[in-house]
Each structure stands twice: as structure tokens, then as C-alpha cells.
Design a protein around this ligand. Structure first.
Ligand code: C5P
Length: 206
């Protein structure tokens, strides 16, 4: 069984997916980390992030590996754990450019589809594009201000700067970030993390 949890940036997808996966005793998969990993490789190689062909050559020559651990996914590159480098303002800025490239999307999709179910998959297009056959789909939303306040606990910038960056990323991601028609949409604004996890568990088919 595959559960998909999509949603806008900083809507709490990773924490929610991790909690749901723990309750179900299955792994969770954070697809955004593969886009972030591809961005890191591009930046490290000094590539123009719009250059899909060069990025793909780099990705094929130096494969990234997603390790779906229950306590948080890790990304490995050439025997090195690069996870800690993937969440920065610089990476946030570059990743939407890389994620807009169809060639990179196809590369990420192939990595994800090769994983063995059951699992909980979180991202932008898990329910629409990557796992349209999933029997349980969710889409998380929250206002930009609430999301910025949450993220301000993890980043050095202040809330208005984070909010502006989130609104921009929402616009850049809009093409690949619509809820599936059969997804349950949850506004996480008024809910605690545990509340969102419970709402999802309550909606799962028996
Ligand atoms: O979820 P996270 O914020 O880490 O994702 C980083 C970026 O990766 C998103 O802003 C989006 O551009 C891209 N992404 C995507 N499709 C996914 C997951 C992430 O386009 N399934």
C-alpha cells in the first residue's frame, strides 16, 4: 500500500509523513530531497541550473542515493552523506529551477518508482504523477504566514523574508503542485503536527 502526502513548501509534509509512516510501521520517502540533491550536484559542479543535459550527465556519472530511514531520510553521494547540505536558503532558491526541468523530473520519478512498497511518499506530485494508483492521497496546505513562522524556527532569516521566499517558491512550483482530484485536502494551519497525523490515519482505508 502506498500513501501519498503532497503539499506546498513548508506545509509540514516531512514531519507528517514521518509520523504517519511510524504509525503504519513502514518507511517514508521524501522526494524533495532528490531534487535538492540534484541541485547540490549542479551547484558543486558549477553548472548553469537551467542546463538539463549537463545536469543529467552529472547525475548519471555520480549517482545520488536516497536512504528512507524512519527518523528522517538521508541522501548519499559517492559514499558521503550530503543531507545536512540540502536545506539552506541557497538550495531553496536553486531547487525550483532544477525541479522545473522535465529531464530531472523523469530521473527522480524513476528512482522513486524503483522503491519497494509499502511506504508513505511525500512531495508535490506523488499523488498526481508518480503514484497515481495510490489508494490513499493527501494534500497539505497552510497560509504563507503560518508556514513562514514555522520555518523561521529552522532558518536564520526573519518571518517576512521567509514568507516572501515561500510565496515565490509556491509560484515556481505551481505547475507540479496541484492536489490530485482524489486527494483529501487538509489545512494544517489550525492543527498541531499530531492533529494532522491523526486526521490522515483516520482517513486511511481499513
Ligand atoms: O519538499 P521540499 O521543499 O524539500 O522540496 C524542494 C523542492 O523540490 C520544491 O520546492 C519543488 O521545487 C521540488 N519538488 C518537486 N516535486 C516533488 C518534490 C519536490 O518539484 N515531488
Amino acid at each position: 500500500m502506498i500513501v501519498t502526502i503532497d503539499g506546498v513548501a513548508a506545509s509540514g509534509k516531512s514531519s507528517v509523513a514521518s509520523g504517519v509512516a511510524r504509525a503504519l510501521q513502514v518507511p517514508y520517502i521524501s522526494s524533495g530531497l532528490l531534487y535538492r540533491g540534484a541541485t547540490l550536484l549542479g551547484l558543486q559542479a558549477g553548472l548553469d541550473l537551467h542546463d538539463a543535459r549537463a545536469l543529467l550527465v552529472t547525475l548519471q556519472a555520480q549517482p545520488l542515493r536516497l536512504e528512507p530511514l524512519a527518523e528522517g531520510n538521508r541522501v548519499w553521494h559517492a559514499e558521503q552523506d550530503v543531507t545536512e547540505q540540502l536545506h539552506s536558503t541557497r538550495m531553496d532558491r536553486g531547487v525550483s529551477v532544477v525541479a522545473a526541468l522535465p529531464e530531472v523530473r523523469a530521473w527522480v520519478d524513476a528512482q522513486l518508482r524503483a522503491l519497494e512498497a509499502p511506504f508513505v511518499a511525500e512531495g508535490r506530485d506523488m499523488g498526481t504523477n508518480v503514484f497515481p494508483q495510490a489508494p490513499a492521497k493527501f494534500y497539505l496546505t497552510a497560509s504563507p504566514r503560518i508556514r513562514a513562522e514555522r520555518r523561521a524556527r529552522e532558518r536564520p532569516e526573519d518571518v517576512p523574508a521567509i514568507e516572501a521566499a515561500l510565496i515565490l517558491r509556491d509560484q515556481l512550483d505551481a505547475a507540479q503542485s496541484a492536489p490530485a482530484t482524489d486527494a483529501v485536502v487538509i489545512d494544517t494551519g489550525p492543527l498541531t503536527l499530531e492533529g494532522v497525523i491523526e486526521a490522515i490515519l483516520a482517513h486511511l482505508p481499513a
